[in-house]
Design a protein around this ligand. Sequence first.
Ligand SMILES: C[S@@+](CC[C@H](N)C(=O)[O-])C[C@H]1O[C@@H](n2cnc3c(N)ncnc32)[C@H](O)[C@@H]1O
Length: 471
Amino acid sequence: MHAPDISVLPPMQLLAPRTARELAFNVLEAHHAGNKHIGEVFDQAVDRTTLSPSDRRLAYELICGIVRRQSTLQALLMSLVHRQMETLERPLQTIIKIGLYQIFLCQGIPQHAAVHETVELAKRANLRWGGFVNGVLRSAIQLMTENILTAPSSKALPIGHHQYRELTTDLFPSPTLTPGSYIAAAFSFPHDLVERWVGQYGVEATIRMAFWFNQVTETALRVNLLKTDRETFRQKLFAADFVAEAGDLPETIRLLSTVRISTLPGFPEGEFSVQDLSAQHAARRLNPQPGEVVLDLCAAPGSKTCHMAELMQNQGEIIAADTHGGRIRQVYENAERLGLSIIRTITIGPRGENLPSMEFDKVLADVPCSNTGVLGKRPEARWKYSPAHLDELREMQATILRTAAGKVRIGGRILYSTCSIEPLENEEIVQQFLAATSEAGGPQFRLVEEQKFMPGSPADGAYQALIERVS
Ligand SMILES: C[S@@+](CC[C@H](N)C(=O)[O-])C[C@H]1O[C@@H](n2cnc3c(N)ncnc32)[C@H](O)[C@@H]1O
């Protein structure tokens, strides 16, 4: 008889999770079953618990870490459980991974607590699982040594801050013989993606990026200068026990505490937004002025739209367009919270159908992309990468840039931006656009400047090209 296909079994859920591990289990199981973002699933599940803020934080760290480090945890699991993976129920695999993540990759959780808490979770899920999970996790501890390494090897498990934990066994492919396979398995990235990075940036830079993407990063905030000033807001955070520093741009703050954003002081009053530093450069680079008429072609959820409105002193007009009618509502909600009244939202077709017939001073084209610059912030994003998807995205990006070109006035500017570090989605799209328009007899364009932000230097990866219509 064949083993049942466990991938199609309904998710298992614990009623009323009582611990951080139980909450993590519920969210991971629900995430496996559906298509929703981890953050959304977590928000729904957490609202139904009475867990303390520190338990919620631990649950969130476990969830994000386990989704991110899937390949690493799978390699550990396979070396510990000498059974066909298909015969191991998926909820049981999830529980073991919760234990393995705590033992190998969480700082500050003693091994005995990691084992005890995970065995309790296993027993709550299924009384028969406690002994098995206990055995697997105790064997896992035997895989660890006390040694911290500073260079990769097939025994080296990357743990963060450019350090590796030495294991007692060769768990990973050799980084010397097959660097791409080592990085993919040990750091947990799709193999295709790692091979691209190794080809473009070399092994060392790829490893630096992989470390950066795998560590929990600080959060950048954008202060709403129409409501407060940066120093006053920083003092407010400080008074509420949060550590924050001034960032590069006049409105940027680096928040050095881990926190659920909506609980920060000033959030309901619209004194700030969450936005990565590299993304904050987009509106700054386009430089919209008070009184101008601006088109944001891919606006939802509206971070950059609202930043532009703030830079425009809430004077002029912004048409915030998106093809996703549901998400466009978020632009409206963000604008309302931030006290911005110059934004008008519209739903458009994929080729700009339904856009008003006028021309604009500035056009922002913040196109959908592979997200390869923000893989640290979005734990599941790396697993959505595929070369085939890249082709689809490129077609969409070129179309959106052409739509932008058709809406900008002579002397006006377009900002083409992505949160990708793939040249195919960035420089190549822009160069192809410039070549095509210079050959055609219509409007002419020039590249004013472009910038690629590499992940970790110092913030998310991104690309921005400022293009001017010259005739
Ligand atoms: C990277 S997100 C935009 C993020 C947004 N600019 C911000 O800063 O919050 C890309 C958006 O483009 C939208 N989109 C997808 N295809 C589109 C198209 N053909 N035209 C316009 N928008 C599109 C998606 O619905 C998505 O909301």
